[in-house]
Design a protein. Sequence first.
Length: 90
Amino acid sequence: MLDQAWQLSPSVALRPEPFGALAYHFGNRRLTFLRRPELVSVVKALGGCDDVRAALVEAGVPEPHWAAYASALESLAKADMIRPREGASA
């Protein structure tokens, strides 16, 4: 996943919260808690970065934590909160 291009699903809205953010999917009505502000930063950075690795760097996530963030992003992908960027393979 680290070398793939992703973006926030167009059907998802993020609402900032003190703990991170709420992500609401208007299509499937799923509500997801993003419990770390750093994860919110990564999700927001995805659309403007070449790949997940670049988004992690931009958000300031230390490299030893990348596997945990990749796992969290995989969960968000399964819930259709994030999706592969058009024209990119995932």
